[in-house]
Ligand binder design. Structure first.
Ligand code: FAD
Ligand code: UDP
Length: 371
């Protein structure tokens, strides 16, 4: 079998590269070892007709107009601003921590003029800021750190925040206002007909062929491709020759509640201190779907299983760099995406990385960029 470009992985990274290359006249074969497209951002109707995200809640948010414009060629959008409450003691309070979080927890009446003085009074200044513990205690002090971050992070990563790069907890800001949105990006939208519909349109091109249930490592000898774009875990590509890169996994427990129209007040409730799961998400909030019942998912972090998260910490970055050095020597293979680049990418960052990788492949194959 022959093709111009073989793309390993039909997730958002692979789908964007496929679309870009096919549009420049290349024949593209996309394979995925799963039985569906969309990678971890895949969505589908459950047995009760509710649109769910089998691999956990996915909310699209970005500051990049270019990326929204690009994806808008493949989907209409629905405006959606995600809100999250955290269960601390018996209360459900907003996370990221804002004025209302502090007031509700401590029975205070702070406002925008007094909240920073409160944080200044409780914070433990750290310099330099290297770990996720540093980030949080430096901003809000030990008590809020222990109420919201320590237990959640230990559960999610199997590591103490002091063992994780600062970038992990830095994803969650501290607010000195009443803004209770989880994200503050300029664009916060969901694909109107779902992610899988958007990916189907990306992949709908006469030059793109998609084959599912195909594992690259079993298939590679049967295909001749001028170039390979690989979006799986980078260590697997090199048969773990330097040892396995740690990835964190999750077990998802989905539940349908036939007689409940709304299970919880917001899209996601975090459980920093109770239970073995980190959070519960209710899909109808995200999708806006009307249905008499509702479907929820609980996320149980696990060490083994499908790779979902790279684990950002210095020793892992050093191991990744060794694999990356091998990857940089390849002339016929490009590595892109959350697993191949070992980056804690959101979907928009995957799109950005995939657009960049597409340009690189086109240049490599000596093709003009704007045919
Ligand atoms: P993937 O989606 O992992 O796709 C890679 C594909 O390659 C997979 O389908 C896999 O089966 C395939 N593959 C791997 N190895 C092989 C092989 N040997 N042969 C064939 N196929 C192979 N991002 C957001 O922007 N907003 C969110 O709200 C959000 N929530 C998230 C919640 C969870 C629980 C998780 C885990 C992630 C979340 N993300 C979110 C991140 C988002 O899922 C990723 O950024 C994005 O889906 C990664 O796309 P990708 O194509 O790089 O990788
Ligand atoms: N985090 C936390 N408590 C929370 C929310 C987040 O400790 O209530 C930390 C935790 O380490 C988590 C990280 O911040 O893994 C990033 O959170 P985010 O919600 O971005 O995680 P994701 O949606 O990527 O799983």
């Amino acid at each position: 079998m022959k093709t111009d470009v073989l793309i390993v992985g039909a997730g958002i990274s692979g789908a964007v590269v496929a679309e870009q290359l096919a549009n420049r006249g290349l024949d593209v074969l996309v394979i995925d070892k799963r039985d569906h497209i969309g990678g971890n951002a895949h969505d589908r109707l459950d047995a009760h007709g509710i649109l769910i995200h089998p691999y956990g809640p996915h909310i699209f948010h970005t500051n990049s107009q270019r990326i929204v414009q690009y994806l808008s060629r493949f989907t209409e959008w629905r405006a959606y601003e995600h809100r999250v409450l955290a269960k601390v003691g018996e209360r459900l309070v907003p996370i990221p921590i804002n004025i209302d979080t502090v007031n509700q927890l401590y029975g205070l009446e702070l406002d925008e003029t007094t909240i920073q003085a409160f944080f200044d009074g409780v914070r433990e200044p750290r310099d330099p800021i290297r770990t996720s513990e540093d980030v949080v205690v430096n901003a809000v002090g030990r008590d809020l750190y222990e109420k919201f971050f320590r237990g959640y992070t230990r559960k999610q990563w199997g590591l103490d925040p002091s063992e994780l790069a600062s970038s992990v907890a830095a994803r969650i800001p501290t607010r000195t206002n009443h803004d209770d949105r989880y994200f503050t990006d300029t664009y916060q939208v969901m694909p109107r007909d779902g992610y899988t519909a958007m990916f189907s349109r990306l992949l709908e091109h006469p030059r793109i062929e998609v084959q599912l249930d195909v594992d690259f490592f079993e298939f590679r000898d049967r295909v001749q491709a001028t170039h390979v774009v690989y979006t799986g875990p980078i260590d697997a590509y090199y048969a773990n020759c330097y040892g396995a890169l740690p990835y964190r996994s999750l077990r998802f427990e989905h539940e349908h509640l036939a007689d409940t129209t709304q299970y919880q007040e917001v899209g996601t409730v975090n459980f920093p201190n109770d239970y073995d799961y980190t959070r519960v998400s209710e899909f109808k909030h995200l999708t806006g779907q009307a249905h008499a019942g509702t479907s929820i998912v609980r996320e149980f972090p696990e060490a083994e299983g499908d790779p979902y998260y790279p684990v950002p910490r210095p020793e892992n970055e050093a191991l990744f760099k060794r694999y990356e050095a091998l990857a940089l020597q390849e002339t016929g293979v490009t590595f892109v995406g959350r697993l191949a680049q070992y980056r804690y990418y959101n979907m928009d960052q995957c799109v950005g990385a995939a657009l960049k990788a597409s340009q690189y492949v086109l240049e490599k194959l000596g093709l003009p960029l704007d045919v």
